[in-house]
Design a protein around this ligand. Structure first.
Ligand SMILES: C[S@@+](CC[C@H](N)C(=O)[O-])C[C@H]1O[C@@H](n2cnc3c(N)ncnc32)[C@H](O)[C@@H]1O
Length: 342
């Protein structure tokens, strides 16, 4: 039944040849494949108007009840196996992203999205407001914005390289008036069109040698009262290649110039207590912003390097076996700083 209806040959999953033997050693995947086969078989009988023992909808409902009682993270939806979710927003998000693993951070990042959305909320009532999501990734910020009542008033501009197709689908689904731009083309035009440019969890992805150029271009795209919103986690709990976490003092140093007016806040995530930096930047005067940001980026890199080397030598000196993990992270940060110079 599984082979005919769901296209999966259960015999290939086992070296047992009789049905009895197969049933005895069936694992979860085999079982759910078999159930998908049952669903599909019943649905076919229904479509052909043939007599059925139970309806396919009833089968799905019964199976899902068992899975729910069992606190299983999966559910049967027709012939598909999907993840159980706790809210409509999450269901929509997961349904629209082809790779569910990519959505894994959604819950953990809630506080980030709440901060970003609440910062922007007041501006949404302004006519013709334009929001730029720079480094849109998989559209997590878009999903949060979609929950804000006045979001449909805004033009939402997604920038990335490349832009994930699922983000375009998500924008359509949440009814956003949306534009999509490749990063380089977006930075090349300096029309001041944006009310808010959101750079969420993206600062640490921008290589140091490009940082000043990208930030100066973004600041040039702000309308006179426009604001650049930089939101970062100040620790990377899983080390990334090339990337170094930006601490609040590094972010402060980067934007520290009379040419800009920064407004900095910090907090921490609810679950894992990861420190979070939330910064609003306005342009405050005319001058060599690119040159200033270049020298600030160098100063921030040097500050990170000094701090990382100090941490490494302190941890070596302490000979504390408990500090092993922290030492490993500091060594990776040090290597990344050498690979990612201003
Ligand atoms: C962790 S994702 C952030 C996605 C989203 N803003 C969020 O908070 O879920 C990092 C983003 O940085 C972007 N990125 C990677 N390299 C970059 C670069 N050189 N310059 C600018 N952005 C870059 C990625 O394409 C991705 O969209």
């Amino acid at each position: 039944m599984a082979r005919l209806s769901a296209g999966v040959d259960l015999e290939e999953r086992t070296n047992k040849s009789t049905l009895d033997e197969m049933c005895k050693e069936a694992d979860d995947v085999s079982l759910i494949t078999f159930l998908r086969g049952c669903y599909s078989y019943l649905a076919r009988l229904e479509a052909e108007d043939r007599p059925i023992p139970i309806s396919s909808a009833y089968l799905e409902q019964q199976i899902n009840q068992v899975l729910e009682l069992d606190r299983s993270p999966i559910r049967l939806r027709g012939t598909e196996v999907v993840l159980a979710v706790s809210s409509d927003a999450e269901a929509l998000y997961r349904a629209l992203l082809s790779n569910v693993d990519d959505a894994a951070e959604f819950k953990q990042g809630d506080i980030q999205i709440e901060m970003v959305v609440s910062t922007i909320q007041e501006r949404l009532s302004r006519p013709g407001v334009v929001l730029v999501d720079y480094g849109v990734g998989l559209g997590r910020v878009l999903l949060g914005l979609a929950s804000a009542g006045l979001f449909k008033n805004a033009t939402y501009v997604a920038v990335d390289q490349p832009i994930h197709d699922d983000v375009k689908a998500l924008a359509g689904k949440v009814g956003a008036r949306a534009e999509f731009h490749e990063r380089e083309a977006f930075l090349a035009s300096s029309q001041p069109t944006a009310d808010v440019i959101m750079v969420v969890n993206t600062l640490h992805h921008i290589p140091f040698f490009e940082l000043a150029k990208q930030l100066a271009a973004l600041l040039a795209k702000l309308k006179p009262e426009g604001v650049l919103l930089v939101h970062e986690m100040a620790e990377l709990r899983v080390p990334e290649q090339f990337n170094i976490p930006w601490r609040v003092e590094d972010v402060h140093l980067l934007f520290n110039t009379p040419l800009l007016k920064p407004n900095l806040r910090t907090t921490q995530s609810r679950g894992q207590k990861v420190p979070i930096t939330h910064l609003l930047v306005k342009v405050a005067g005319d001058g060599d912003l690119l040159g200033t940001l270049e020298s600030n980026a160098r100063a921030a890199w040097e500050q990170m390097k000094r701090r990382t080397l100090d941490t490494i030598s302190e941890l070596y000196r302490s000979k504390d076996p408990e500090a092993h993990r922290e030492l490993q992270y500091a060594l990776i940060a040090n290597a990344n700083l050498d690979l990612n110079k201003p």
